[in-house]
Design a protein around this ligand. Structure first.
Ligand SMILES: [Zn+2]
Length: 159
């Protein structure tokens, strides 16, 4: 699991790229995508229960799957007035999370992408999961995107 900051930065980059195409996306939409980007790691709640001596890992592990993330996003989206849009944005964020997790070398063997059809875990093992440079590269990319977008905005206002 790359740390949450890496997930949030990656989701931010994806959102910014999408917002170039879909101009109606705003800050509230971005907040939902960023929230969705850490949604699959809701399964880490088992750590808190582990401290209390309760082992619920097998119960919450399915939340760190595409189906589990979609179910959690569906439940969370019910809290919003435009629940379909909220659901889509949460799922996009969760998708960025699972994409990043699938690309990394996993200590636990990967992500159960086919759950509940199969409990096999898949990983592309492209990114090392303990390398801080992945987060640093994404942070640099985020700063570059923000800078370029601000420059483009100023140039567009002047013309
Ligand atoms: Zn994860």
């Amino acid at each position: 699991m790359p740390e949450w900051l890496t997930h949030v930065i990656f989701a931010y980059l994806v959102f910014k790229l999408c917002s170039l195409r879909y101009r109606s996306l705003d800050g509230a939409d971005m907040a939902l995508v960023l929230m969705g980007s850490i949604l699959p790691d809701f399964s880490k709640i088992d750590l808190a229960f582990g401290v209390a001596g309760m082992d619920i890992q097998n119960m919450v592990d399915p939340l760190h799957t595409p189906i589990g993330s979609i179910l959690v996003a569906g439940l969370l989206s019910l809290l919003f007035q435009n629940c379909l849009k909220a659901f889509m944005l949460l799922v996009i964020g969760a998708g960025t999370h699972l994409l990043l997790d699938t690309m990394e070398s996993q200590i636990a063997g990967g992500i159960m992408l086919m759950f509940p059809l199969s409990c096999n875990k898949y990983s592309l093992a492209i990114l090392p999961n303990d390398d801080w440079r992945v987060g640093a590269i994404l942070l640099a990319a985020m700063l570059a995107v923000v800078t370029v977008l601000r420059i483009l905005k100023k140039v567009c206002r002047k013309t």
